[in-house]
Design a protein around this ligand. Structure first.
Ligand code: OAD
Ligand code: ZN
Length: 256
């Protein structure tokens, strides 16, 4: 894979690199993205219709079961070469990771994440009173392809537990949003990796970076709305593109 010298020079000289990541960065770990057609028992459902407070209120077991199935997939998954390349790129430059992902695969690859804009799969709380709690240890084992599961009850009020993620129509966690905005203020090179750039307000971040004068690089096998804004479109799976970029950048440095 070839990268332009202009891109490699920008990577070498960037003072603050942001990786803005979405479901595509975890796809090669076996975690389905939100816009993949769903399989098995879930084939009848649209993920974007399960990820709402209204869906949970209507049918808590359906939504809880779907998230428990995703949580099982994450617990069984390993970080892939994209997560690892991002961690390696942070070894000798300032890097902030702002992710829309609710998994912990960046962390398990050795990165510190600046902001989890859409929360965490592993931090359930009460749907009624908001009390945070934990999942029991171990991996849930819903039937392959998913199944309904009755959510456990809150120990304080008896309400149903809900996943600790941000659903459509909900506000983003304030401290994560502030951390992302603070990092954005000094970002001069932003990589948008594996996101469809459709879910507001997170999807605005690359555009804001661009308007502030940051260079924007997109890594995605598909075209997205960001294509027109990005200075570089690296078309391919993140698990191939990012390790190749890391290697090219190291070759360039050692060639000096
Ligand atoms: P999406 O599922 O909307 O988009 C995934 C993107 O990843 C698509 O553009 C794919 O082309 C791309 N992709 C797939 N495989 C890839 C690979 N191997 N390498 C790189 N890119 C790849 O996921 P997000 O943009 O993250 O919100 O979705 C944003 C939010 O919508 C999610 O955080 C979630 C969802 O509903 C909440 O849960 C609130
Ligand atoms: Zn409660």
């Amino acid at each position: 894979m070839d990268f332009s010298d202009d891109l490699l020079a920008r990577l070498e000289h960037a003072r603050h690199v942001m990786f803005f990541t979405g479901a595509g960065v975890s796809a090669e770990s076996g975690i389905p993205t939100f816009r993949d057609a769903m399989h098995g028992l879930w084939a009848r459902f649209d993920a974007t219709e399960l990820a709402t407070p209204e869906a949970f209120a209507r049918d808590p077991a359906l939504v809880w079961g779907w998230y428990e199935w995703r949580r099982m997939k994450v617990l069984q998954a390993q970080p892939n070469p994209a997560h690892r390349a991002i961690a390696a790129l942070a070894a000798d430059r300032r890097v902030s990771i702002v992710t829309q992902n609710v998994d912990d695969l960046h962390e398990r690859a050795g990165s510190t994440v600046c902001a989890h804009l859409h929360g965490h799969l592993s931090r359930p709380r009460c749907f009624d009173c908001g009390l945070p709690t934990r999942h029991p240890a171990g991996t849930p084992t819903p039937a392959d392809g998913g199944a309904r599961m009755t959510p456990p009850s809150c120990r304080k009020c008896g309400g149903p537990l809900r996943p600790g993620v941000v659903w459509f129509g909900e506000t983003l966690p304030e401290s994560d949003w502030q951390a992302a905005m603070a990092a954005l203020a000094s970002t001069d090179l932003l990589f948008s990796v594996g996101t469809s750039s459709m879910v507001w307000p997170a999807a605005e971040i690359p555009g804001w970076a661009s308007r502030r004068g940051s260079c924007v690089v997109q890594v995605n096998p598909q075209t997205t709305a960001l294509d027109e804004i990005a200075d570089f479109n690296l078309r391919g799976p993140a698990g191939q593109v990012l390790p190749a970029l890391l290697a090219a950048s190291e070759r360039r440095r050692h060639a000096r």
